[in-house]
Design a protein. Structure first.
Length: 109
């Protein structure tokens, strides 16, 4: 079936999606950090259901892209790893949200 001009599917919005964010585990991490501002790894593990190793791997990719900042410190005598979105990460997530909204808004009913 060929779409008429008024029913064109916004394919470019899908093509332009940030694939780093689009991966489900990283999307979940980005959404959580967008809402809570910052979180420790234990919270992120519990919310995402990821193992420590998987979470660490995904966080490393987001950190390499400049989307998250990770800080390791001690709280009392216990090590704590905290993460938050950088300004670049917040901007990238907002762009991703807009692109997804354009994609869904452009689909015919």
């Amino acid at each position: 079936m060929v779409a008429r001009k008024s029913e064109e599917i916004p394919v470019q919005s899908l093509i332009d999606l940030d694939r780093l964010i689009h991966e489900p585990a990283r999307l979940t991490i980005m959404m959580l950090l967008y809402v809570v501002e910052s979180a420790d790894f234990t919270f992120l593990m519990n919310q995402t259901g990821l193992t420590w190793g998987n979470l660490s791997s995904h966080m490393s990719k987001l950190e390499e892209a400049g989307y998250v900042a990770v800080e390791k410190k001690f709280v009392g005598k216990k090590p704590s790893t905290m993460a938050h979105l950088t300004d670049s990460g917040r901007d990238a997530f907002q762009t991703y949200r807009r692109q997804m909204q354009l994609l869904f808004d452009g689909l015919p009913d």
